[in-house]
Design a protein around this ligand. Structure first.
Ligand code: DAH
Length: 341
């Protein structure tokens, strides 16, 4: 066999050798007493070679030996590492796959990951947020004092230690400003809870994604630009939006952002109940009192906030007719969604 061929064959044999025993067999086959490389010199008729050819043969043979030794040492090291991992974990990573199918991402996870991607592209930080909250952050800090009627609209589950399950991701607004300081651009997606009577469009457990931007000279124009970019990316087309006044204690002015119906283009159809518009994202300019609660001077800074209903968005995007399907944990439902984003 020519040296180049030997090198190639050795590489192939080593890549197939997974265990220490198999690597040793390859070593014997090539470098053992009767091995392919060892016998190479013996089988060569030196009488037919010139002095120059002999020297060149010697050099090449040495190179081949060195190559073989290094490749064998590397394969041995790999096999030893696999053996060690197997011992430590009881897992044999060299076994062939069992052909089982990958799991699926839940539609809420799909939407959440999509939003995170879009917002990260706009320079937002994705901030983790607690589901179990202090009454202060969930209500008082977002300008919902104890006697405010909005508290009743957001009845929730109270814990024995006086904390509560947050009713909205807005609860993380003041926390985030305290933690990161301003200026900031952040989103905090997550699970929220309310003491609701469950029906096809109400759940006691649902998902939102809050957004918060605080900087100097922030205006409604910035808010609209970010919302249009977001919706354009989600629905893969240019969208038309409008703002209607909406009341939320933590924004002033507050809005309901409507999306022109993508099904009928604004003419009116059953999806938009004949209005041509779909109410989609509540939002507004951050109330000065909320900034003050976070220790931010409202004379210097302003901001906007919005609360995307992830559950609602997932239902719209995937045509899910009943909210209860989302928390039912039925594999036949979950399997209908892509395995990856
Ligand atoms: N937290 C509100 C809710 O759950 C939604 C919301 C409205 C969030 C307006 C906002 C906002 O950030 O500006 O009903």
């Amino acid at each position: 066999m020519k040296m180049l061929k030997i090198k190639e064959q050795l590489t192939v044999d080593l890549s197939a050798a997974k265990t220490l025993e198999e690597v040793e067999q390859v070593r014997v086959r090539y470098l053992g007493r009767k091995g392919v490389i060892t016998t190479l010199a013996k089988n060569t008729d030196f009488r037919t070679l010139s002095a120059e050819e002999k020297r060149s043969f010697g050099t090449k043979l040495n190179e081949l030996k060195n190559f073989a030794e290094e490749a064998l040492a590397e394969a041995k090291e790999k096999a030893a590492a696999v053996k060690h991992a197997q011992k430590a974990t009881g897992l044999d990573l060299t076994l062939p796959g069992t052909g089982k199918k990958l799991g699926n991402l839940h539609p809420i996870s799909l939407i959440q990951l999509e939003l995170e991607n879009i917002f990260q592209g706009m320079g937002f930080t994705v901030v983790p947020s607690p589901e179990c909250e202090l009454e202060f952050y969930n209500f008082d800090a977002v300008n919902i004092p104890a006697d405010h009627p909005a508290r009743e609209m957001q009845d929730t589950f109270w814990l024995k230690n006086g904390m509560l399950m947050r009713t909205h991701t807005s609860a993380n607004q003041v926390r985030t400003m305290e933690r990161l300081g301003v200026p900031l651009r952040a989103i905090f997606p997550g699970r929220c809870f309310r003491n609701e009577a469950v029906d096809p469009s109400h759940e006691n457990t649902f998902y939102q994604c809050e957004g918060l931007v605080v900087d100097k000279d922030i205006s409604v124009a910035n808010l609209i630009a970010v919302m249009k970019t977001l919706l354009g990316e989600i629905f893969h087309r240019e969208v038309t939006v409008r703002l209607r006044p909406g009341f939320f204690p933590f924004v002033e002015p507050g809005f309901e952002l409507d999306l022109q119906c993508l099904i009928c283009g604004g003419k009116g159809c059953s999806t938009c109940h004949g209005t041509g518009w779909i109410e989609l994202i509540p939002c507004g300019l951050v109330h000065p009192r909320v900034l003050e609660y976070a220790g931010v001077d409202p004379k210097e800074y302003s901001g906007f906030a919005f609360g995307v209903g992830l559950t609602r968005l997932a239902m719209m995007k995937y045509g899910i007719p009943d909210i209860r399907l989302l928390n039912a944990g039925d594999i036949r439902f979950n399997e209908q969604f892509p395995a990856m984003v």
